[in-house]
Design a protein around this ligand. Sequence first.
Ligand SMILES: Cc1cc2nc3c(=O)[nH]c(=O)nc-3n(C[C@H](O)[C@H](O)[C@H](O)COP(=O)(O)OP(=O)(O)OC[C@H]3O[C@@H](n4cnc5c(N)ncnc54)[C@H](O)[C@@H]3O)c2cc1C
Length: 427
Amino acid sequence: MYTEGSPVADTKAPDGPIETRWERRRFGARLVNPANKRKLTVIVVGTGLAGGAAAATLAEAGYRVKSYCYQDSPRRAHSIAAQGGINAAKNYRNDGDSIHRLFYDTVKGGDFRSRESNVHRLAQVSVEIIDQCVAQGVPFAREYGGLLDNRSFGGAQVSRTFYARGQTGQQLLLGAYQALERQIAAGNVEMNARHEMLELIVADGRARGIVVRDLVTGEITTEFADAVVLASGGYGNVFFLSTNAKGCNVTATWRAHRKGALFANPCYTQIHPTCIPQSGEHQSKLTLMSESLRNDGRVWVPLRAGDGRAPGDIPEAERDYYLERIYPSFGNLVPATSPPAPRRTCATRAAVSGPAGSASTWTSPTLSRGSAAPRCRPGTATSSRCTSGSPARTRTRCRCASTRPCTTRWAACGWTTTSSRRSRGSS
Ligand SMILES: Cc1cc2nc3c(=O)[nH]c(=O)nc-3n(C[C@H](O)[C@H](O)[C@H](O)COP(=O)(O)OP(=O)(O)OC[C@H]3O[C@@H](n4cnc5c(N)ncnc54)[C@H](O)[C@@H]3O)c2cc1C
């Protein structure tokens, strides 16, 4: 367990060539024989793609599992919202993909902050994950011949994304949920929906249980186990307008951190730069325009700052397809971590025309009109010269209900904190 000030070490990953670390770790890990598995209880907090799959797999392997989530059903975990697809280095398209290339793209797309041994392991197991999902009944898209289809996605120059229309997360979660339900029916998983984990119980430096509240009755109970798996999802509440639900509050992770668990990279807050514009002040969540649109769509901003025209009225010659201009080899598929600087500069050009501060405009055969950055309400947007930042940079400022002044160079204000440009990560 980590205490503040101690050196941070990745003690679980073996040394040596990264390609063989996972195999060696698996071989080196101590095994539990089938008869002993039945004597061991594992608590799994979370029923999303991580927790749902973990609980089902552990139960299938023979452990006794107690599963918790705060939603009214395991299948309401936020994984249900994922759209675009899941990457796997199967190289079905024969376009030069490999485990090493997926590893390389993922490390680069993660701004070189990820643990490389973990990323390599992810690239290795990606190949089998697809087969497991298919076996669970996930209806991935197929070509006419019946083979699994692939599409391209941000951060890659190959087509390696397996998908189920624009609802991949939903279909994956339903697959994991079916596997979980099977184990619940078999009596191997005790499912506790509408229960919130309040505290982690640590004994002798190991997580041995949790304190939970029944969200219906309010009753607080203590649950013990031989091991605790926290699969409680990511954080999203730092941004008001985002695709993350308010429940993505990372409280379980934070409680574990207070008990000594390592907490890394809080900067990894997922933001989607391409969302369907906010329709009014009643709306606190945005709906993702699938990132897969980057295949066929094109991102642009008006050439002229403060251009108030509707996107469809702006002629081709007055559009700046800045991603294609700045990153010719990746174009619109550039990793989400790469473009913030130029996107920020371009964003100031477009933000005046959007109450939600949506900077980029998409065009595609089906999204040619009206799908672009929303326009400011009449009289709500002004443009002023930046006094605190670079004098050369025009700063955009929106007046809105909260009248909170813009504090960033990206035209963020009270109800325009869509954070589109402050993002790291992809869909
Ligand atoms: C709009 C959108 C599109 C996306 N598109 C893609 C994509 O195309 N490809 C891709 O790879 N990823 C995508 N993602 C990201 C991906 O969906 C998530 O990274 C992933 O689903 C997270 O799964 P999870 O199981 O870790 O967490 P979640 O699905 O968020 O599950 C968290 C679980 O933890 C439980 N929980 C949390 N706190 C507590 C607590 N205190 N007590 C009890 N239970 C608790 C919740 O009830 C829930 O069951 C997308 C995300 C969004 C929002």
